[in-house]
Design a protein around this ligand. Sequence first.
Ligand code: ATP
Ligand code: MG
Length: 157
Amino acid sequence: EKVEFVEHFSQVIDRFEMSRNEKNTFSRELANQNFFVWIDKDKITQVLDNIISNAIKYSPEGGTITFKAETLKKQLLVSVSDQGMGIPTETVDKIFDRFYRVDKARSREIGGTGLGLAIAREIIESHHGQIWANSQEGKGTTIFFTLPLINQKRRKN
Ligand code: ATP
Ligand code: MG
């Protein structure tokens, strides 16, 4: 289905902002522009839900969560950044593996199965996008993903 991403992203963020979350400040840096993508809306919502809930779950000391939507090489680039505990550099790529959770002891009391990002990767790749993470232990994490933009053909008069 054809979806304008910025509007959809805003609605997902609104839902998180309205529910229980008072420990984080939300900062939106969404391009003032329409980004049309051809997506399975429910599945992309599932990806966003996991990334945003991770940012909240793994930010025990609070901090700001920053949401961005911009373009990168004719693709849509989406990112969610937190100022939480971060992920050790040597394991940052493993978080997309099934059942991988950083430091079992640390995350035992934080609920989860370790499947969220593995499913997110499957969904994004099935949309011909890519997903990756940047993280610094003790500083925070950014999850990025891309999606192909629908080519806006210039209309001839
Ligand atoms: P689930 O999403 O299945 O409920 P989960 O959140 O543990 O469980 P993933 O979303 O796949 O699983 O994330 C895998 C692991 O990556 C997490 O357990 C956590 O250790 C680490 N991780 C993910 N996002 C962050 C983040 N924003 N900050 C720090 N660590 C993170
Ligand atoms: Mg998760």
